[in-house]
Design a protein around this ligand. Structure first.
Ligand SMILES: [Zn+2]
Length: 433
């Protein structure tokens, strides 16, 4: 049994078990950033300010906060027909932000809803990490509640305005606005049966058919409808299929996975989904064979090495796991999530020099993308004041002020005056309730 993994689960699950879950995954986030970036640019948001959050919830839903924080539900990612349709959804949500429609929603958000959520990494066997309040958290209190809220809180006029703006943003970004039509057709399939029974005058939310017709008319009146180049679209679709396979492999049941990706399917996406599913089920040999096939086809993929690292970790082969993560780290240009995974395994292997390296990796993660997990590992691989200070930061990120202050006090008694640990612990002690 992997000690750290067991402790991690119990430590992190102790924090708000009912909160919404965000999925933290380098491959998925970077893929979606690529898809959405043209729309963000068209909305005058620089790509480096754009941040993608993946909400683990089966609703067909997405929303944007403050223009730059894009929240997309796994249900939408798994079901949506194409990357261009996904782009259109985000364009619509940005339309709400640009139109100022979000303000009324934020007003309605209670302080309670602005609190933490759980962030879950897909790697290392669905490792569960703690909430990250800096992640613009909050809007996601109960995810079901939120899904309903964002579906229902915009008026008919606002929805039409956002649809119009979506068409405008797609055109400005030089993307085919018919992505929006694709979305409405799909929503119609999902909601159709329900909508025919609803009197359009009695609800705020405009019926999909009405929105579909409005968008079609809007596109028809355009002087020039951008078309995505065929080869670029094919590449994007292929990359998207890998993202979808990963989500399905991690989140769905074996039955769903084998229906969508039967063994006779030898595509990269199918092998990927099955390898992940087999890892989850503990069929490590099968998972490893699949992953090695993928690596033979794509020896430069950081994510296939990441999966190999996860599988070796599950075996308890720490040396092989470390080797695979090191490869992944090099190829991914030091992605924080992979640095964290490597730190977990190093902390557990605990050969000479491993603790130091793990500590170094955690410090790098904390500089780039602070996470409770990075602080937690840092506390584990350090001693004295550093360890206590890191625990204080860990509790602070989980909104546990009492324990944060307890550890900050301990750190101050051990730390040299004016050392970073002393100063940062002092900041924690100054936190107001
Ligand atoms: Zn809307």
């Amino acid at each position: 049994m992997k000690k750290i993994f067991i402790i991690l689960i119990s430590v992190f699950l102790a924090f708000n078990a009912n909160a919404a879950t965000l999925i933290n995954d380098t491959e998925i986030e970077s893929e979606i950033t690529k898809i959405v970036a043209p729309i963000a640019n068209a909305a005058n948001i620089p790509e480096n300010r754009l941040k993608i959050y993946i909400v683990n919830d089966d609703s067909f839903n997405a929303f944007v906060r403050g223009g730059e924080d894009v929240f997309i539900y796994t249900g939408l990612l798994k079901q949506i027909k194409s990357p261009n349709a996904l782009r259109a959804v985000v364009a619509h949500e940005m339309g709400h932000t640009i139109g100022g429609h979000m303000i009324q929603i934020s007003d309605r958000m209670s302080a309670e809803m602005m609190r933490t959520m759980i962030i879950q990494a897909l790697g290392i066997g669905l490792m569960v990490a703690g909430g990250n309040p800096s992640a613009g958290a909050g809007v996601l209190a109960g995810s079901t509640g939120l899904a309903q809220q964002s579906m229902l809180s915009f008026s008919r006029d606002e929805e039409r305005m956002a649809d119009d703006m979506a068409v405008g943003l797609m055109v400005k970004a030089n993307q085919d606005p018919n992505g929006l039509i694709e979305v409405f057709n799909q929503m119609h399939d999902i909601n159709g049966a329900f909508e025919t029974r609803v009197n359009p005058n009695k609800i705020n939310h405009p019926l999909t058919t009405e929105r579909l017709n409005n968008a079609k008319l809007k596109i028809k009146n355009l002087s020039n409808v951008p078309k995505s180049p065929v080869d670029k679209t094919a590449k994007e679709n292929k990359d998207y299929e890998m993202l979808r396979a990963k989500l399905i492999g991690y989140l769905d049941s074996d039955k769903t996975i084998l229906t969508k990706y039967p063994y006779k399917d030898k595509s990269n996406a199918a092998i990927y989904a099955r390898a992940i599913a087999n890892m989850r089920a503990g069929n490590l040999d099968v998972a490893k064979t699949g992953t090695q096939t993928l690596l033979k086809r794509h020896p430069k993929s950081p994510y296939f090495y990441e999966l190999l690292g996860d599988i070796e970790y599950q075996y308890g082969h720490y040396d092989d796991s470390v080797d695979a993560y090191e490869q992944s780290l090099n190829l991914s240009n030091n992605a924080p999530q992979i640095e964290t995974a490597l730190a977990v395994v190093l902390a557990e292997r605990n050969k000479s020099g491993d603790k130091e390296r793990a500590g170094e990796l955690c410090r790098r993660v904390i500089l780039k993308e602070p996470s409770p997990l990075a602080y937690w590992i840092l506390a584990r691989v350090s001693d004295g004041a550093t360890s206590d200070w890191a625990m204080a930061e860990f509790y602070k990120m989980n909104n546990d002020e009492k324990n944060a202050k307890k550890y900050a006090k301990m750190a101050r008694t051990k730390a040299k005056k004016d050392s970073p640990e002393y100063i940062k612990s002092g900041d924690i002690l100054k936190l107001k309730k």
